[in-house]
Design a protein around this ligand. Structure first.
Ligand code: OFO
Length: 167
């Protein structure tokens, strides 16, 4: 495996692990406050990011690289509102998308079409996750501070979970 690409893939492991831990922390915050729908949504997102991470670990090792399992920082665990959870969700997904796009760019520079092909699954996944994050944030902006709106949002959120299950 081309060393520069291996390095980028290993960095991506860190980003996926960081997102997974952040979403688990957000799920827990929502769970404690009685937002069970939002909690389930982020528990599932946390699992998905973990699968994304493992997929990278296996891929690097299968191509005779060495996957490095990173230490990650403690995720944020104090949030001001439901809206803030979804702002962080969207920011996190946009960040991950930018990193994936950079790997694709570097693959083309190094003519690594194998990794380029592998990364297409992540591109499709990110499109879906960003769209979900934007939709949910837009709904929360409409709801504003309305408590009954928050109740309905929490009740119905899982109809919006991204359908593209990790493989
Ligand atoms: Fe949505 O972050 Fe993984 O790829």
């Amino acid at each position: 495996m081309i060393p520069q690409i291996e390095k980028l893939l290993n960095e991506q492991i860190t980003y996926e692990a960081t997102a997974s831990a952040q979403y688990l922390s957000m799920a827990s915050w929502a769970d404690i406050r009685g937002y069970n729908g939002v909690a389930d949504f982020f528990y599932t997102q946390a699992e998905e990011e973990r699968v994304h991470m493992t997929k990278l670990v296996k891929f690097i090792n299968e191509r005779s690289g060495t996957a490095v399992i990173p230490a990650i920082d403690k995720p944020r665990d104090d949030f001001n509102s439901l809206m803030e959870l979804f702002e962080i969700f969207l920011e996190s997904e946009e960040f991950v998308t930018a990193k994936i796009n950079n790997i694709i760019y570097e693959c083309l520079q190094h003519k690594d079409y194998n990794v380029h092909n592998f990364m297409q699954w992540y591109v499709a996944e990110q499109l879906e996750e960003e769209a979900t994050a934007r939709t949910l944030l837009d709904k929360l902006k409409i709801i504003g501070d309305d408590k009954s709106g928050h109740y309905l949002f929490d009740r119905d959120i899982n109809t919006f979970q991204a359908t593209n299950q990790p493989k």
